[in-house]
Write a protein that binds this ligand. Structure first.
Ligand SMILES: Nc1ncnc2c1ncn2[C@@H]1O[C@H](COP(=O)(O)OP(=O)(O)OP(=O)(O)O)[C@@H](O)[C@H]1O
Length: 254
């Protein structure tokens, strides 16, 4: 039997050195400067302190909502949990199969067709070959791309990439589900279908970590809330305790 899912984050810090002036970094730098997060590391490079000494323990049954204003560190924390970013300090332990819905096109190869991407994802996730036809049928049917499924992903519209990315990401059920709020994008008809599929996945997962500005989603799905502020945990508790504190502070988006 598989071990129960568990996540332990101990004193984790993440810094982003700012090397160059691309418009994306510049925008991030301005946000960071405004919130007093710029500093220098040991090599005297300018850095953004995205997460500072974060502690968190999650076990089977936890449904966590990450809240906080823009730039608070929600996406960074999700990416640390997914293994995309490595902390500069602290320790992370993750036990259990994990699926991260962080970016719709993550892990997709634009040169391959939709169908080829489905097969690749199945193999990458270690599915036996005998299960690939079922995966292919499930994803192709759900994404509803008709003949486009046999054309390269690079010619898809943004909405089509989201459909395929969503269908792929939700085809394989993990013990730990990490979710950023991109999954709430998409056209209305698709969202209705998407929400049902997502709800099944959320119910099936042992641990959910969800980052969102939509409090209705937190209230509906989460049993615990962590409020991040300037890269630190400001509050951690039941939604009915933490949300009123959070919503009582001046917000740009809530
Ligand atoms: N690649 C990067 N390079 C430099 N700084 C970054 C980078 N990614 C994030 N940051 C900075 O790290 C901090 C945390 O950003 P993060 O994206 O985790 O916030 P967030 O809570 O997800 O915000 P939002 O709600 O706006 O998505 C911000 O100050 C941001 O400017």
């Amino acid at each position: 039997m598989a071990l129960q899912a568990r996540i332990e984050v101990e004193d984790v810090s993440v810094l982003f050195p700012l090397y160059h002036g691309s418009s994306r970094s510049l925008k991030k730098m301005v946000v960071a400067a405004a919130s007093g997060r710029l500093g220098k590391d040991q090599q005297q490079r300018v850095v953004v302190r995205a997460l500072q000494n974060v502690n968190l323990r999650l076990s089977s049954g936890d449904r966590l909502g990450l809240v906080g204003t823009n730039g608070a560190g929600k996406t960074t924390l999700l990416r640390v949990l997914a293994g995309v970013y490595e902390p500069v300090a602290g320790r992370l332990r993750v036990q259990g199969s994990l699926n991260a819905l962080l970016d719709p096109s993550l892990g997709m190869n634009a040169e391959l067709t939709g169908r080829e991407n489905i097969l690749l994802r199945g193999l990458y996730n270690g599915l036996p070959r005998s299960m690939l036809p079922r995966l292919e049928e499930d994803v192709a049917e759900f994404a509803g791309l008709a003949d486009f499924i046999d054309l390269p992903v690079r010619i898809y519209s943004a909405g089509m990439v989201i459909r395929l990315g969503f269908a792929l990401a939700t085809a394989i059920r993990p013990q730990i589900l990490l979710m950023d709020e991109w999954f709430l994008a998409g056209d209305a008809v698709f969202m209705e279908k998407a929400r049902q599929r997502l709800e099944e996945m959320v119910r099936g997962a042992e641990i959910l970590v969800l980052s969102t500005h939509q409090m209705s989603v937190v209230r509906e799905w989460c049993t615990r809330v962590v409020w991040l502020e300037q890269g630190r945990v400001r509050a951690d508790g039941a939604p009915e305790e933490v949300l009123p504190q959070y919503l009582g502070t001046p917000l740009e988006m809530a």
